[in-house]
Design a protein around this ligand. Structure first.
Ligand SMILES: [Zn+2]
Length: 203
């Protein structure tokens, strides 16, 4: 059974050399793990501007519309402006067949970026790439694909995974780490209050 419950977050690849370096974000924001409160965890790296130049390289089909809607949701719910561009994007949204990897989506950045530590910093090497793994996502309904796209874009904007003790759907962040619980159980595919609070802090 294909079941990619986890999102592999921020595996930083040197896109030109295909050398993979995993960077563990340091100095995350304190996680209070309070389902009733505002709570988020940051990477401490951010886009250079709250206007995020992004390009849709999904090739359309059953993915382009969900990528656009996921970006539009961040645009609509937060102060971030997602600007769809054809050249020099800061974020590429894509899909590809990666096989039975265990992850349905991941976000990558060039490995030459500085570590995201010591205060809120700007990505120095762009673009980031948020992608879906079609091995899993071809079987997903549209809103579930959007849940993964939106989650990955959230990483690119600078938000890390958020835990959510209690296994309740109320207030569950889009940045909750498993799509199995986030979508299959909770039907979550839009930014929530914790996600919005994170963006308000970052930008
Ligand atoms: Zn993730």
């Amino acid at each position: 059974m294909k079941n990619a419950s986890r999102c592999l977050v921020a595996t930083f690849l040197a896109l030109t050399t295909a050398l993979a370096v995993v960077v563990v974000p340091r100095s995350p924001a304190t996680a209070h793990d309070d389902p009733a409160g505002i709570d988020y965890v940051l990477f401490w790296c951010k886009m250079p501007s709250s206007t995020v130049r992004w390009s849709d390289e999904t090739g359309g089909g059953g993915y382009g519309q969900q990528a656009i809607e996921a970006a539009a949701a961040w645009d609509n719910y937060t102060p971030v402006t997602m600007q769809l561009v054809g050249t020099t994007p800061n974020l590429i949204v894509d899909q590809a067949y990666w096989g039975n990897t265990g992850w349905a989506g991941q976000t990558q950045a060039p490995a030459s970026n500085p570590s995201c530590a010591g205060g809120l910093a700007v990505w120095e090497r762009l673009p980031l790439t948020s992608m879906l793994n079609t091995y899993y996502t071809d079987a997903y309904p549209a809103d579930k694909r959007q849940s993964v796209f939106g989650h990955e874009i959230g990483h690119a904007l600078g938000i890390n995974h958020q835990s959510h003790p209690g296994n309740t759907c109320g207030g569950l962040a889009l940045m909750y780490y498993t799509v199995a619980f986030r979508y299959d159980t909770c039907s979550q595919f839009l930014p929530q209050s914790d996600d919005v609070a994170a963006i308000n802090f970052i930008y």
